[in-house]
Design a protein around this ligand. Sequence first.
Ligand code: NDP
Length: 313
Amino acid sequence: MRDKVRCLILGSGPAGYTAAIYAARANLEPVLYEGMEPGGQLTTTTEVENFPGYPEGVTGPQMMEDLKKQAERYGTEVLSGRGTAVDFSTHPLKVTIDDEHVIEADTVIISTGATAKYLGLEDETKYSGQGVSACATCDGFFYRKKKVAVVGGGDTACEEATYLSGLADKVYMIVRKPYLRASEIMKERVMNNPKIEILFEHNAVGLFGNNGVEGAHLIKRMGEQDEEKIDIAIDGFFLAIGHKPNTEIFKNYIELDNIGYIKTEHPSTRTNIEGVFACGDVADPIYRQAVTAAGTGCRAAMDAERYLSEKGL
Ligand code: NDP
């Protein structure tokens, strides 16, 4: 474990690993801390079909394993651990790892990604690990031949519902609007899947069960005159309602937008702090794709390299 590095990368999704590949090849001898979820969000997805260069598709975990190998091959030191505090008031920049080890860095590349959102129901906490999940790929196996519900109407929800339909007997999609927000191809997939039933204009308001989740309380057309309370029997409740950027530890120094995404000086990846760059989903509320994250990871490493050479560091 080094105490001083030229380039410290936080996060191990497509952005972090791509930054690492470029930084390592530019001789910055980067150190990358994997963070809370090694491999990032793609480790919780099944098939990635839209990353260029994989005509047959690739699983998320496999792609992340490949990216990690590629980063290590050029000399990136990949370590487990996560940044728990930062001090960006002076240079070199300081990052505390796992609340104990302070590492000094001339440049920091933030690629800490985003985390799945929950509805905020007390029952989500009550049944945590007992039927509530935000990752179908991680937990779907436990619901073979059972009934599950997926909350959300975007691409993630459609993907999770499709995946779960390969395991469970029945999958409800709980969608608050009268339509799906997902892309056409994903919409078609769920609409044509006989195991998936879409409950449009439904909101989940609670869960019940004595032995883990046994069902969900829903309200149809909530707030309307004809609103209706409905209970469904399910064994698993999966959230797929979007993500929150992982920026908590940076907020005292780094400028964020009103949702919490890091603001960068477009088209560069520079933040408001010299020597700190941000890439991937942590700074991208719009595109949020593996390939766009990888692209900004490349830019962050190039920006860091230029900064270091301008400063003679
Ligand atoms: P989105 O923001 O696209 O969709 C979130 C869904 O959750 C919406 O249907 C939204 O409803 C619903 N929702 C949000 N909050 C609540 C709530 N409190 N109660 C009930 N429902 C709620 O997020 P995704 O994670 O699906 O997708 C993020 C991005 O990643 C998108 O750009 C997507 O295209 C992309 N993506 C691409 C994939 C692929 O190409 N293979 C796979 C997965 C994601 P409402 O519509 O009413 O706001």
